[in-house]
Design a protein around this ligand. Structure first.
Ligand code: 3AM
Length: 179
């Protein structure tokens, strides 16, 4: 079995820039900068033969490169607790189009549909043990954040090994976007 997700990896300079936003919230578990990514589709645990099918399905996707800007901050909450804080992606039709193509390709090979709305984001911290006021202040303080736009020229299939402290994410395959 292998645990998989599809994501955009981020350039090292952008990871460094985002890492400057981390810190200062007691109880928050900050994601190590090398793990920053923008998830396009979580897949979960699959058999190895299924992983091969996923790879084949992703390799057949055709989409054009596009520019993407990260801007603004947000939080996800569940049952009244803030689960995580993140930096968002600016509204971007090409990104939505790519995520949609990935969803369609994965459903076509029999994966269950993703029910959650696609909210493009880069998680900076898991926060269920932090004080909500601090998290809201962090979001307000970083709402005007804007990183230099990046050119997205590929997307990546990652494997994930869950760890006690942090998960280890390994880029398994890159899929080029071509004009
Ligand atoms: O992109 P982020 O960091 O928000 O939370 C996990 C991480 O999301 C999410 O997949 C990304 C890579 O691990 N994830 C983990 N388990 C999940 C699940 N069961 C999940 N997303 C949906 N359902």
């Amino acid at each position: 079995m292998i645990r998989l997700f599809v994501a955009l990896d981020l350039p090292a300079e952008l990871k460094t820039h985002l890492a400057m936003l981390a810190g200062g919230i007691p109880g928050a578990k900050w994601v190590p900068p090398e793990n920053y990514h923008l998830t396009l589709r979580f897949i979960g645990e699959v058999e190895n033969w299924r992983a091969q099918e996923v790879d084949d399905a992703l390799a057949n996707i055709r989409a054009r490169p596009f520019e993407l800007a990260l801007t603004g901050a947000g939080l996800f909450e569940k049952a009244g607790r803030v689960q995580s804080i993140y930096i968002s992606a600016a509204r971007n039709e090409s990104l939505g189009f790519l995520a949609c193509k990935i969803e369609t390709a994965l459903q076509r090979i029999g994966l269950q549909p993703e029910r959650k709305k696609f909210t493009p984001h880069v998680t900076l911290a898991r926060t269920d043990k932090a004080a909500p006021e601090k998290l809201i202040s962090w979001v307000q303080a970083h709402n005007l954040f804007r990183a230099a736009p990046l050119m997205v020229e590929h997307f990546t299939l990652f494997s994930s090994q869950l760890g006690k402290q942090n998960s280890v994410y390994t880029p398994e395959v890159d899929y080029a976007l071509a004009a």
